[in-house]
Design a protein around this ligand. Structure first.
Ligand SMILES: Cc1ncc(COP(=O)(O)O)c(C=O)c1O
Ligand SMILES: [Zn+2]
Length: 364
């Protein structure tokens, strides 16, 4: 299997240890699964790997790596809202979907040591899957990351580096280590295998509901769920399993919104922003590395963008918790954005909202 460079088109084998192309472009995976069909789903595998007929897996490593990720329920929250409970995961966030596939790839190509940067959740996931399969792991997190997430990462015997400054500074520090020490960058944004895992979010919804809801809300920081959702919906469309793209609404933080600003200006590149502090730490990405790709999808499918009102995140979190759903602040921000969307556009029915991270992970 091959990667091709998203900038210059250079093609390399996926066994490469290079995090990106020499020209600076990020890799895309040259892989198109067969047509989606529920009859090809392995009903005896109780994890995301039940969809392996549509995954670029090399070998059987996934069997020893899986922690039972995925298969999260869709619950009815009220007459308009369905919640997909993606914090019912081995490390309590949706990132396990991507990390399981990424680390299966690392194992398949013989990587034995990785580095990764994260606002916490992706680091938790990568650390857990590395622990499961015996890969050495070092995670970089920004200062201010919840101590509970840091404790979890350490518990999996991964080394943790707390980097002063923003989430973007943290990514820079980790990438410097990749460049100077040639470490394998098991990063959820750079590595295309991660998106092959997040696609299962939509496969599952389709298998569970036998349809796709009309309005799909999705948080948007670096866009790992966003890209997986769009790619999977494209596959369902091409397989004639659905007949139109649902309406997608992407949620950014009010205090860190490079995509919202780009769309307002009709730009093809994320706007340059100065992030200020937000409770939605998971989506506080000022410099999203796959920004152009995300904006291409946004224009192609008329994806709407909305900012989560910072001063209503707590209220949204309490409203969810008051009905038994205890999520982290970044996840409450998606619900706060949905409520704002309804205020601006009127009652919006048949909405699917992801509950990406568990409430016990937050410090606040
Ligand atoms: C709970 C939660 N929700 C949403 C996101 C956003 O994911 P992405 O940055 O890939 O768009 C993250 C990322 O860390 C997260 O932890
Ligand atoms: Zn290139």
């Amino acid at each position: 299997m091959k990667y091709s460079c998203s900038k210059c088109g250079e093609s390399v084998d996926v066994t490469t240890r290079k995090a990106k192309c020499d020209c600076g472009g990020l890799w895309k995976l040259d892989y198109k699964p067969q047509k989606f069909d529920l009859s090809l789903v392995d009903q005896d595998t109780w994890s995301i790997f039940r969809y392996r007929a549509f995954m670029p897996l090399e070998g059987e490593q996934w069997r020893e790596i899986s922690l039972g990720e995925g298969m999260t329920p869709v619950i009815r929250f009220n007459e308009d809202v369905l919640l997909k409970m993606d914090y019912f995961m081995p490390t309590l966030s949706f990132k396990d979907r991507g990390a399981a596939v990424l680390i299966a790839h690392c194992k398949a190509i013989g990587v034995n040591s990785v580095v990764q940067d994260s606002s916490g959740n992706a680091g938790n996931s990568v650390a857990a899957y590395c622990a499961k399969t015996g890969i050495e792991c070092e995670i970089f997190v920004p200062e201010g990351t919840s101590s509970k997430k840091i404790d979890m990462i350490k518990s999996h015997n991964a080394r943790v580096n707390i980097v002063p400054g923003t989430r973007d500074n943290c990514a820079d520090a980790c990438r410097a280590k990749v460049d100077t020490e040639g470490k394998y960058y098991a990063n959820h944004v750079y590595n295309p295998f991660f998106y092959e895992g997040t696609k299962t979010y939509i496969y599952e919804v389709y298998e569970q509901l036998h349809r796709i809801p009309a309005n799909i809300f999705v948080p948007l920081g670096n866009g790992t769920l966003f890209i997986g959702v769009v790619k999977a919906l494209e596959e369902l469309l091409e397989s004639a399993v659905i007949d139109k793209m649902p309406h997608i609404v992407a949620v950014q933080s009010e205090n860190c919104d490079p995509f919202i600003k780009a769309v307002l200006a009709g730009e093809k590149h994320p706007a340059s922003v100065t992030p200020t502090s937000t409770m939605a730490e998971g989506i506080a990405i000022g410099v999203p590395m796959r920004g152009e790709e995300i904006l291409e999808y946004t224009y192609k499918y008329n994806i709407e963008m909305i900012a989560a009102p910072e001063n209503r995140i707590m209220e949204a979190r309490m409203a969810l918790a008051a009905k038994g759903v205890y999520c982290e602040h970044t996840t409450a921000a998606t619900y706060a954005a949905y409520l704002k969307y309804c205020e601006l556009n009127g009652k919006t029915s048949d909405c699917l909202i992801p509950m990406c991270g568990a409430g016990l992970k937050s410090d606040h």
